[in-house]
Design a protein around this ligand. Structure first.
Ligand code: SF4
Length: 320
């Protein structure tokens, strides 16, 4: 052992959310029911390890539907897709199973309702994220994308009194509140769901990382670089004054981060499997005498129904 004993404190909750579990199960069940290959547009969730595991079972990941053979079984990712993607899939007669998280679909529906009433919609989210592209492509009307309070001033809606907002599901609750406040200052008539579009899993993991930050010397967030909710966890840990690092697996652990630390907090983004968290703990054990405990936190009990095409019991082969 090359350092003093290390207390590892795990955040509760951490890791997989109900939308990610459902999306992975959809691909696994589709493989079982229809046989490989099953095509998946985009990473089913933002995690390379999840993608590689599904690839090894026969899933094929593509960027766009025109890379999929006509008529093939196709899964859309948990982030949701634009209506144009659905139309393109229809033209290729793809057998589509939509793994969009129901909480993303809820935001699509909100945006559509506002647009149908003649509102222009401000979408608070990050440009280039697939969920944002999907949401923008679902709203039939003008959508203004902003990500920070400083961008509110530049908005030029046709009618400032007919403006609504919706948000990406995986934002920082505090940052989003600041953007909404700026919107309300400039457009007092604006309507929207406050921060309620930010999903339960994102909110709970952010609450947990704040509690973790108060307890530990350094925080490790297990999650992918392109995972929005994982990045927000790292930012929140750091904003609480605790050095925080985002790593996608144990191989990225830098021992220099732990120099002088006697307590390390570990959490994981909603798309990071628990096996990666356990891998990080194993890597820590290789160098330090480690004890592990879990911080008290919210117990989640959320499950989403599978699409009708895949409902019913799993076959024995998949259960084993
Ligand atoms: S992070 Fe939230 S919105 Fe995204 S898949 Fe999980 S539950 Fe759904």
């Amino acid at each position: 052992m090359s350092g003093p004993p290390l207390r590892v404190v795990l955040a509760q909750p951490r890791g997989f959310c109900a939308g990610v579990e459902r999306a992975i199960e959809i691909v696994e069940r589709a493989l079982q029911r229809f046989g490989p290959p099953v095509y998946v547009r985009h990473e089913i969730v933002h995690n390379r390890h999840v993608v590689e595991t599904l690839e090894s079972k026969g899933a094929r990941f593509v960027d766009e539907v025109d890379q999929i053979p006509e008529g093939a079984v196709t899964v859309f990712s948990a982030h949701g897709v634009a209506a144009s993607v659905e139309r393109a899939a229809g033209r290729r007669q793809l057998e589509v199973i939509d793994a969009a998280c129901p909480l993303v679909t809820k935001v699509h529906n909100e945006g559509q309702r506002y647009a149908a009433k003649g509102f222009e919609v401000v979408l608070i989210g990050h440009a280039g994220h697939p969920e944002v592209e999907g949401t923008m492509g679902r709203i039939d009307g003008r959508v203004h994308l902003i990500s920070a309070a400083g961008e509110v001033e530049a908005l030029q809606p046709a009618d400032p009194d007919k403006l609504a907002f919706v948000t990406q599901t995986t934002l920082s609750v505090d940052d989003t509140r600041a953007v909404i406040e700026a919107l309300r200052q400039r457009f007092p008539m604006i309507v929207g769901p406050d921060t309620r579009d930010i999903c339960y899993a994102t909110q709970n993991r952010q609450t947990a990382v704040r509690a973790l930050a108060a307890e530990v010397d350094v925080i490790l967030v297990v999650g992918a670089r392109n995972s929005s909710n994982s990045n927000r966890l790292r930012e929140i840990g750091a904003s609480c004054g605790t050095p925080s690092h985002l790593i996608d697996s144990a191989e990225k652990l830098d021992r220099a981060w732990l120099e002088g630390a006697t307590t390390v907090g570990v959490t994981a983004g909603a798309s990071a499997p628990e096996s990666l968290v356990q891998g990080v703990i194993a890597a820590l054990r290789a160098h330090r005498d480690v004890t592990v405990e879990t911080l008290a936190g919210i117990e989640e009990n959320v499950h989403f129904r599978l699409p009708a095409q895949l409902a019913g019991p799993r076959a024995m082969a998949a259960a084993s």
